[in-house]
Design a protein around this ligand. Structure first.
Ligand SMILES: *Cc1c(COP(=O)(O)O)cnc(C)c1O
Length: 372
């Protein structure tokens, strides 16, 4: 085993180049590069089928669907969200002139704690934007109850939850809308890309206008839209990548199980517990370091792994609420977010991707279990 080999936290799912070349040839022949082309339409169809949803709109990344969902639902005022996510979640609110209101997370799932949502609702609250963190489904039933009670919309940032099902039902069926990211680092990718999932044809039409400058016809602009369109090259890439994603998820599952078996009884290291009745996608493998019990801080372990050429990542640290744009908000105070603060200070996401060799997983586990 070559211990000097650099191990990154992720590695992209790539279709075979030989398979991709005929698709490129066809795109060259068609001379249609973007604006709802052949491969764009094919990918929307294929994803609807794979994800078991009736309507999907492709985007050029996973941030624009968040911003567009807020536009499509005409969200204003305040939106309740989690500080424990990738910054894009909160940024999408800010770009829409919406005030984010941070609510603490549940220590078991790392998702927004539904028990704490009601206390954060004000007369200006219009929506909830939860995240299925690490692909672990939120408590969607409780969130719906609260949303219904107060007349709030729900937009799920499902960037981590590609293919995740609860009791054979896609998580994307919940909420008013859900968004996906197909960034290179995600379980399924189109290099850069994303999607917005809604539940009726009329809303899909509106989203499709919004992602194309608001054009509803050659000379009609019905809304202040943006350019969020996915192109033909990446759509074709996505069609090919989709054929490999089940195999990739299975490979991730085996790696997750290997980590799990090796780490579950390690003093001072906590791992997420399996949720029942879930088809998981094994997007991430986070561990949580209890420095007192482990005898080393999270950062000490993180930098020690780096010295061994293991490039894990501290997802999500720092909390979004600590960044300069947001730290002045009342809800961003650390006292309001004790669980998220503790988890952000403890987390390390270990390398996780299809193709990660068992020997490397064992090398990583050895580093974690060697206390020096
Ligand atoms: C990756 C990610 C996004 C943003 O997606 P991009 O495709 O990078 O724009 C949004 N939210 C979460 C939780 C993410 O992990």
């Amino acid at each position: 085993m070559d211990n000097s080999k650099i191990v990154t936290v992720t590695s992209p799912l790539l279709p075979s180049l030989d398979d991709f070349i005929p698709y490129l040839q066809d795109i060259w022949d068609r001379k249609w590069l973007t604006n709802n082309g052949h491969y764009h339409q094919e990918l929307e169809k294929a994803l609807c089928e794979y994800l078991k949803v009736p309507y999907i709109s492709l985007f050029t990344n996973g941030t624009l669907p968040l911003m567009t969902a807020l536009q499509a639902l005409r969200i204003t005022g305040e939106v309740i969200t989690t500080p424990y996510s990738f910054v894009a979640t909160t940024h999408s609110l800010w770009w829409n002139g919406i005030k984010p209101v941070f609510v603490d997370i549940d220590p078991i799932t790392c998702n927004i704690d539904p028990e704490k949502i009601e206390a954060a609702i004000t007369p200006r609250t219009t929506a909830i934007m939860p995240v299925h963190c690490y692909g672990q489904p939120c408590d969607m039933v409780k969130i719906k109850d609260i949303a219904d009670k107060y007349g709030l919309k729900v937009i799920y940032d499902a960037a981590h939850a590609f293919g995740v099902e609860v009791g054979r039902k896609s998580v994307l069926e919940y909420g008013d809308m859900s968004t996906l990211s197909f960034h290179a680092t995600k379980v399924y990718n189109t290099v850069e890309g994303g999607a917005l999932i809604c539940h009726d044809a009329e809303t899909k039409e509106r989203i499709d206008y919004l992602k194309n400058f608001g054009f509803a016809g050659e000379t009609t602009v019905v809304a202040p839209g943006i350019n969020g369109k996915m192109d033909e090259i990446r759509s074709a890439f996505g069609l090919l990548a989709l054929k490999k994603v089940d195999e990739a998820i299975l490979a991730r599952k085996q790696i997750a199980e290997l980590y799990h078996r090796n780490l579950e009884n390690t003093e001072g290291i906590k791992i997420l517990s399996d949720m029942e009745n879930i088809r998981h996608n094994y997007a991430y493998f986070p561990i949580f370091v209890d420095s007192e019990k482990y005898g080393m801080t999270r950062d000490e372990l993180y930098f020690k792994m780096k010295e061994h050429n293991i490039f894990s990542r501290r997802y999500f640290y720092p909390l979004i609420s600590t960044f300069s744009t947001y730290k002045g908000l009342d809800s961003a105070r650390q006292e309001n977010l004790p669980v998220a603060t503790r988890i952000a200070d403890a987390v390390i996401c270990l390398p996780m991707y299809a193709g990660l060799e068992n020997g490397i997983v064992e090398r990583i586990v050895d580093i974690i279990k060697t206390y020096d």
